[in-house]
Design a protein around this ligand. Structure first.
Ligand SMILES: *[C@@H]1O[C@H](CO)[C@@H](O)[C@H](O)[C@H]1NC(C)=O
Ligand SMILES: *[C@@H]1O[C@H](CO)[C@@H](O)[C@H](O)[C@H]1NC(C)=O
Length: 517
């Protein structure tokens, strides 16, 4: 503090060091920091020790391949074998918690609860035990997209019986892993599951039944989540004392102009994108948002459907789903501009989710661009997402359960550092406006299989060498920046780790020249 004050007496340094880069900002007491991964993206071991096949095993083994670089998650970062190294990395960073997902077909190879694969259960118990030794809290996601193929054969998330199948799976997790877990996410990103997997061809199972299947899925996902939540609340909470929530991906959509049309286009985009899942759980009234019900119903009628393609939630369904989350898990990465005009005619397939939304969603070319086409750095959009959640849903406790940046590789990741600093600043802005934010989770602990993009987009604080049989993990510069944030519980925009990338990259890393873990 003393040094900083002194420096600021010198106008030039003060301008340069403080005004241009911002001030040091403190995180609230008890704020938690973590990092996140998902089973299919890191584990590998795709057919080991009795694991069943998931829809991603099937998708990546398909020929011609739907994956950009033709790769698979058969080995991925090999965390099925390397989990002790993963936990060492968590300790190096000083994480309070680690958010990982449990592979449904590793626990239940058939998808059904007829047969539990004990080796699969043991893998997660061993991981958690290793974390306990280092005082790192497990934050477990039950479903992060690797649906057992057996259930997909029966329609997967479009079959209402999945509500029971998911609750059966949840019961096994609560019984066998629940004694060790206090923080649960039921389902990761319903919109991506439903729209990308069933209502388009962006994610497995690539059903592409546009305008139909994403809405069947939405109802089933919400009821499956609610059933698992209620099971825990009624039978496990008193004994296990944990919290159960859901992670919803929330992109901010900003009106492209101040016209009334664009204002409504942006609002409809937010309601289709995340209100569709957040409203039924977190709003006072429950049910799907009015905009979504109205748009899908009127388009369906115009198109000659005898009823809305959005299935109705009965009064009982609404009551079952409402209030079933102890916190709001926010996955958020970016912002898009939304507008509505005549150019919409013929732009989207009919029927489809995008046609129902009736908004054009575009990027602003002036915003910093990551390696992922959809991801740009727009920190103020993060603040707006958090403030909107506070406003719409009566300020629920929020964990940011994913946030991060992709590059094309390399250890010197100043673009990721810039993103991290600006987004943490944006989070603190929302906090100072009263948003009840309890924790932040960086995506991702390490490079991993980025779905249809294969290994072409790197999100890791740690680089993974996918060409090495050891899947060597090396901390990027951003890992040291995040470590310092966690250590100091402060965001210091001027903090520069002593990180010499050339020596690291040429394999002659001299520990004396670098910050070391
Ligand atoms: C998915 O459906 C849309 C709309 O019907 C169509 O334009 C597109 O070609 C389909 N994609 C595939 C891979 O079949
Ligand atoms: C549950 O949590 C409360 C509050 O943190 C604590 O007082 C209680 O002892 C806990 N119960 C169990 C069984 O761990």
């Amino acid at each position: 503090m003393y040094t900083r004050t002194l420096l600021c007496l010198l106008p030039l340094i003060c301008l340069n060091g403080v005004l241009s880069k911002g001030r040091v900002r403190k995180f609230p007491p008890n704020f938690l920091f973590g990092a996140s991964t998902a089973a299919y993206q890191i584990e590998g071991g795709w057919n080991e020790d009795g694991k069943g096949q998931s829809i991603w095993d099937v998708a990546t083994h398909q020929r011609p391949t739907p994956i950009k670089d033709g790769s698979t998650g058969d080995i991925a970062a090999d965390s099925y074998h390397m989990y002790k190294r993963d936990v060492a990395m968590m300790a190096e960073l000083g994480l309070d918690f680690y958010r990982f997902s449990i592979s449904w077909p590793r626990i239940l190879p058939n998808g059904f609860a007829d047969k539990v694969n004990q080796a699969g259960v043991d893998y997660y118990l061993n991981l958690i035990e290793e974390m306990e030794k280092r005082n790192i809290t497990p934050f477990a996601t039950m479903y992060h997209w690797d649906l057992p193929q057996n259930l997909q054969k029966l329609g997967g998330w479009t079959n209402p019986h999945i509500i029971d199948w998911f609750a059966d799976y949840a019961k096994i997790l609560f019984d066998r892993i629940g004694p060790k877990v206090k923080l649960w996410i039921t389902i990761n990103e319903p919109k991506q599951i439903c729209y990308e997997g069933y209502g388009s061809d962006a994610k497995a199972p690539f059903l592409n039944a546009t305008g139909i299947a994403e809405y069947l899925c939405a109802k089933n996902v919400l009821l499956a989540h609610a059933k698992a939540y209620r099971l825990y609340n009624e039978h496990y909470k008193k004994i296990q004392n944990g919290s159960v929530g859901i992670s919803i991906s929330c992109t901010w959509y900003e009106a492209a102009s101040d016209s009334n049309d664009d204002f409504h286009a942006a609002e409809d985009a937010r309601m289709f994108d995340w209100g569709q899942f957040a409203h039924p759980i977190f709003s006072k009234a429950g049910d799907f948002p009015e905009q979504v019900r109205r748009n899908v119903a009127s388009k369906s009628a115009e198109q000659g459907f005898p009823r809305s393609r959005l299935p109705k939630l009965s009064t009982k369904d609404v009551a079952t789903i409402k209030g079933t989350s102890d916190f709001f898990g926010v996955n958020t990465y970016t912002t898009k501009l939304a507008y509505r005009d005549a150019s919409l005619d013929g732009m989207y397939a009919v029927p489809s989710y995008m046609d129902d939304m009736s908004a054009v969603l575009v990027k602003d070319p002036t915003w910093p661009q990551s390696q992922s086409s959809w991801l740009q750095e727009v920190p103020w959009g993060f603040t707006k997402v958090l403030k909107e959640i506070k406003k719409l849903y009566n300020n629920p406790p929020v964990y940011v359960t994913e946030n991060g940046w992709s590059s094309d590789g390399g250890l010197l990741d100043d673009d990721r550092i810039s993103y991290l600093r600006h987004y943490l600043g944006a989070l603190l802005d929302a906090y100072s406006e009263g948003c009840d934010i309890r924790g932040y989770t960086a995506w991702s602990l390490m490079d991993n299989f980025e779905w249809k993009s294969g290994y072409t987009e790197k999100f890791g604080l740690y680089e993974v060498d996918f060409s090495s049989p050891d899947r060597t993990r090396t901390p990027r510069k951003s890992a040291f920046v995040y470590k310092e944030v966690i250590r100091s519980r402060k965001m210091d925009p001027n903090y520069e780790p002593n990180y010499v990338v050339e020596t690291v990259e040429h394999g002659t890393k001299d520990d004396d020249d670098n910050d070391v873990f």
